[in-house]
Design a protein around this ligand. Structure first.
Ligand SMILES: Nc1nc2c(ncn2[C@@H]2O[C@H](COP(=O)(O)OP(=O)(O)OP(=O)(O)O)[C@@H](O)[C@H]2O)c(=O)[nH]1
Length: 268
């Protein structure tokens, strides 16, 4: 059995839940199911196929064990891994042709400091999932080149840990009035060449080679191009889905639609 989908990751507030919701509400030539993997989620706008909060919920853990939010979250994710049979039972209810989005918690420590999300990914792959990670970077990161670079480094570090086909998506692009300005960020070699921050003369030689080294790193390893997400524009979503479909080979296993052939036959 093969399943397809995305692990939607990124810092708190980067737009993961809204992205899942928009995809589920829209018509993007697939039946989208969403799995909430955030035990701390308070409000979920989409229809949940599976909700981790039915297994374990952060507020209960914090109350019972007197943990803070970070310790509590780690406990919840570990609990999920230890009770994977529960998840497997739920996943068995998902149809093979459904496209599954996993809406993940926003604490990036889960990807960088501990190997829980990597273990979770491996369990999904072992269950027959062909998935990509989609790391959302909020458009407010482009306010400042140093902040932008650090956002990309976090994306690179999370992608490296998960060992999946990885995409970095600049979210909330509807907030950008002048869309032409986005080119500077979506074509990272341009950013490398033009950034005044990276190329400023006041930097010491060592610091300058450090910043340009970092910039070359994110440019060369996988994040050579950023995808833009403008949730008010279906074309931008189609573009993101198209890139991911190609990487995870979604659609390769679908039977040809006879109805389309019949229509084409009649039009000839
Ligand atoms: N303008 C705009 N606002 C957005 C977009 N996506 C999300 N937001 C807003 O950003 C805030 C955070 O969005 P969420 O979708 O909850 O972000 P999240 O990454 O799921 O956040 P956590 O659950 O805390 O990890 C909300 O106020 C949303 O309304 C977008 O595409 N455009």
């Amino acid at each position: 059995m093969f399943y397809y989908g995305q692990l939607v990751i990124g810092p708190a507030g980067s737009g993961k839940t809204s992205y899942c919701n928009i995809l589920q509400e829209g018509s993007f030539k697939r039946n989208i199911q969403v799995v909430n993997l955030d035990p701390a989620a308070e409000y979920i706008p989409y229809k949940c196929a599976i909700d981790i909060r039915e297994l374990i919920c952060l507020s209960d853990v914090m109350e019972e064990f007197e943990y803070g939010p970070n310790g509590g979250l780690v406990y919840c994710m570990e609990y999920l891994l230890q009770n994977w049979d529960w998840m497997q039972d739920q996943l068995n209810n998902i149809a093979q042709d459904d496209y599954v989005l996993f809406d993940c918690p926003g604490q990036i420590e889960l990807y960088s400091h501990i190997d829980m999300m990597r273990k979770l990914t491996q369990l999904l792959v072992n269950s027959g999932f062909s998935i990509s990670s989609v790391y959302l970077v909020d458009i407010n990161f482009i306010e400042d080149d140093a902040k932008f670079l650090s956002g990309l480094l976090m994306a690179l570090s999370a992608s490296m840990t998960l060992e999946l086909p990885a995409f970095t998506v600049l979210s909330k692009c509807d907030l950008m009035k002048d869309k032409k300005k986005l080119k500077r960020y979506t074509k990272l070699h341009k950013f490398n060449e033009e950034s005044e921050y990276i190329n400023q003369d006041e930097f010491s030689k060592t610091y300058k080679s450090f910043t340009s080294g970092i910039s070359e790193l994110v440019t060369s390893f996988g994040i050579g191009r950023l995808l833009c997400l403008d949730t008010t524009d279906d074309e931008s979503i189609d573009n993101i889905l198209g890139e991911i479909d190609y990487a995870i080979q979604f659609g390769d296993n679908l039977e040809p639609d006879d109805k389309l052939y019949d229509q084409a036959e009649q039009q000839l």
